[in-house]
Design a protein around this ligand. Structure first.
Ligand code: ZN
Length: 337
């Protein structure tokens, strides 16, 4: 980062170098009608025991995704400093205003935090959060875990993911961490909209980075929470921070790796209407198979429009709401490898 940037307006009441468990806040000044010198208070927890690796664990980057917040509030309440070697920094709800509103984006500035990186200290509140993470938290971390799921409008097979990286040694570290997380599926992800992602900034800074898509539909389930909690435990074990055996799912020892070879993996709606899904989440399509029909609404008699699989693959993500708008992502296909 160029050091010409002004200092962050965000302050933190915790000492990152102190042993023990500390619970506090990132305080982001936010002057507004109902609080002239008010702030956004973003919960943060630091658990440290001596020198050792640091894991930065983030939930609530998008405010309507719940596996990360539940797993990380739970971990922050239970993790005993005596159990660890090194440091765990936990932010269960990084975009706190979006989380409180149950929205993907912030109600303060409509900011999508995961399109706002590396952020700006003199930008919108959402950009200020991104800047603080980039300049003050990534610098402390060896491992970065950023929890996601599909939010209110998408639902995913439970997966942990990494990216193809120019540094092959770093790519191998990220792949090993994804495998260790132990979700049922693991993915080498193709991003359709990569500008401003937390992912790329963490990877550019050399971090061992793991992201997830653990479900979605604006809620969570016991099964998906178990994957999130187990995966967090396993990543800390993999990092050498937690001295414990990894927790296996019982289904299979290794995740099923998926690949997204090209842009044909994404199927987008060209008209609005009522969706009739034909192949559900986890179902397999061959080229030309109908993934979904979109029925025109408003009057009867018109034929539905068929959306077909452009390639063979597993339905890795699906559109959740029953009504579809032009441009909505209807399905994402992935190939088992
Ligand atoms: Zn997300």
């Amino acid at each position: 980062m160029p050091d010409t940037l002004p200092p962050s307006p965000i302050s933190c009441d915790l000492d990152f170098d102190r042993d023990g468990a500390q619970h506090g806040f990132l305080r982001l000044p936010w002057s507004r009608d109902d609080s002239a010198w008010g702030s956004v208070m973003i919960p943060i927890c630091v658990i440290r025991n001596g020198a050792g690796p640091t894991a930065l664990l983030i939930g609530g980057n998008h405010g309507d995704e719940y596996e990360g917040p539940v797993a990380l509030y739970d971990l922050a309440a239970k993790l005993d400093p005596a159990q660890i070697n090194g440091r765990v920094i936990i932010l269960p709800t990084l975009n706190e205003p979006a989380f409180r509103a149950g929205r993907r984006t912030s109600p303060i500035d409509n900011g999508n935090l995961n399109r706002s990186f590396p952020g700006r200290p003199d930008g919108t509140p959402t950009q200020k959060i991104a800047d603080y993470v980039t300049r003050h938290l990534f610098s402390l971390a060896d491992y970065v875990l950023d929890f996601h799921s599909g939010g209110k409008t998408l639902d995913f097979l439970p997966l942990a993911a990494c990216h193809i990286l120019p540094d092959k040694a770093q790519e191998a570290r990220c792949r090993a961490a994804v495998a260790a997380f132990g979700a049922p599926y693991a993915l080498q992800m193709l991003e359709i909209d990569s500008v401003g992602l937390l992912d790329g900034v963490a990877e550019d800074m050399g971090k061992t980075f793991v992201t997830t898509e653990l479900g979605g539909a604006g809620t969570t389930t016991p099964e998906r929470l178990a994957i999130a909690k187990r995966g967090t435990h396993n990543l800390l074990v993999h990092a050498g921070i937690l001295d414990a055996p990894p927790e296996l799912s019982g289904e299979r020892a290794e995740p099923q790796w998926l690949d997204m070879p090209d842009g044909d993996c994404f199927v987008f709606a060209q008209e609005g209407g009522l969706i009739e899904p034909c192949i559900g989440l986890g179902g397999r399509g061959e080229p030309g198979d109908v993934l979904a029909f979109i029925h025109p609404v408003g009057r009867t008699g018109a034929r539905p429009v068929a959306y077909r699989a452009p390639r063979a693959g597993l339905v890795m993500a699906r559109h959740v709401p029953g009504l579809v708008k032009p441009g909505d992502c209807l399905a994402v296909l992935a190939v088992e490898i």
